[in-house]
Write a protein that binds this ligand. Structure first.
Ligand code: SOE
Length: 378
């Protein structure tokens, strides 16, 4: 089995999650390529060296430009804030490296389009790229997609997506990069709203064709992380709600917020169709709920425990009923990416898929900004 030498840029929350995947993927899955955790890149030499030691990287560096063009690297894994995604990905693709990039793909539609074009060009030379919508790879979500494709719900009428967090409820919570538009692009919209837009399209196979949205920033000033006696402006949304329609005739609602007090990281996705419903809730992530009206007066949502070896990704893990957690989605993502590289196929979600989500984020911002279909009451 040959190896793929990985360079990862960034070592915060996502860097730790991706490291967990690179460390374990080949120990559980037959991927045809063993990842070698070659080099971890960060801005601060000391902190990067500490992270490299903790997370299991062979060496560390501070200059991503030197690393992504190095002959000793095959895969570049981008786990930085959104403002650097485009620059790093374009340089890595130009150097012929396979690229895995965290979501949302970029901070702007223009950047995302450039990245998608570059990825399509690079694919002609066998260079693979993928965007990290990792929740697709939760087994219950993958099973939901399979069941919808098999006709388990019939004609889809409603798609209801919610991503609820509460880590900003406290106004004293600091002004981290995720609250700055120049670093993050947008707030709840791009950070977590992007996930539910992706999941809605992924599970149903339908495309969102139009949106009407509202966004809100509830706390507009927050203490600076390095000097809490001073404050700075929050320049992104705290919450977003959107109505949407799909090319398959479904009516959708989406809600993404960091102010849902008590909801720590709750992702909900429900699809209602002419012949049934499917519902997923990340807080109970090993379960998929299915309602089949043909059960007559014994109908009711039943809980499918998605821990059988026949379910997506599960056979590689534990016996039935033992369950998986948050980090397994990242392992599955690494598995699918490495498999595509080894087989010479194009992985999904592609940068083109990531750019399509970026267009949706842009459309939601535009709709929220123009208030076009909002009817005010006295
Ligand atoms: C922060 O809100 C965050 O880490 C997102 O960036 C991730 O995509 C999500 O999985 C968990 O929350």
């Amino acid at each position: 089995m040959s190896t793929a030498r990985v360079a990862m840029i960034g070592h915060a929350f996502m860097g730790a999650a991706h490291s967990q995947a690179w460390r374990n993927v080949h120990r559980f899955f037959d991927v045809g390529l063993t990842p070698q955790m070659s080099v971890l890149v960060g801005r601060d030499a000391t902190r990067t060296a500490e992270a490299g030691e903790t997370l299991g990287w062979q060496r560390t560096a501070t200059d991503w430009r030197e690393v992504v063009t190095s002959d000793e690297v095959d895969i570049v894994d981008i786990c930085t804030p959104g403002d650097t995604h485009a620059e790093i990905a374009l340089a890595a693709l130009a150097a012929g490296k396979h690229v895995l990039c965290e979501k949302p793909l970029a901070n702007t539609v223009a950047e995302a389009d450039l990245m998608a074009e570059a990825a399509q060009r690079a694919a002609h030379d066998g260079v693979r790229s993928m965007v990290g919508f990792t929740y697709r790879r939760v087994p219950a979500v993958s099973l939901m997609r399979e069941m919808i494709a098999e006709g388990a719900v019939g004609t889809i009428r409603h798609i209801r997506g919610t991503y609820l967090q509460d880590w900003l409820v406290d106004p004293a919570s600091p002004l981290v990069w995720r609250l700055q538009a120049d670093k993050a692009g947008s707030g709840a919209l791009g950070d977590i709203g992007a996930h539910i837009l992706d999941l809605a399209q992924f599970t149903t196979g339908q495309r969102i064709t139009g949106v009407a949205a509202q966004t809100e920033t509830f706390v507009t000033e927050r203490p600076l992380p390095d000097d809490p006696s001073r404050s700075g402006a929050v320049t992104v949304d705290d919450a977003m709600v959107a109505l949407a329609r799909t090319d398959g005739g479904a009516l959708c609602t989406f809600e993404a917020t960091r102010f849902a007090t008590g909801r720590r990281n709750r992702i909900g996705l429900e699809v209602n169709g002419s012949h049934g419903s499917l519902a997923f809730n990340f807080e109970d992530m090993n379960v998929l709920e299915h309602y089949d009206p043909s059960d007559g007066d014994r109908s009711g949502f039943r809980r499918i425990q998605v821990t059988e070896p026949t379910h997506p990704y599960v056979a590689a893990w534990w016996p039935p009923g033992h369950g998986l957690g948050y980090e397994h989605g990242f392992v599955h993502q690494a598995r699918d990416f490495l498999t595509a590289i080894a087989e010479g196929s194009d992985p999904t979600p592609s940068f083109t898929d990531g750019a399509q989500i970026q267009h949706l984020l842009g459309a939601i911002e535009q709709s929220a900004g123009q208030q076009a279909s909002w009817t005010s009451l006295p």
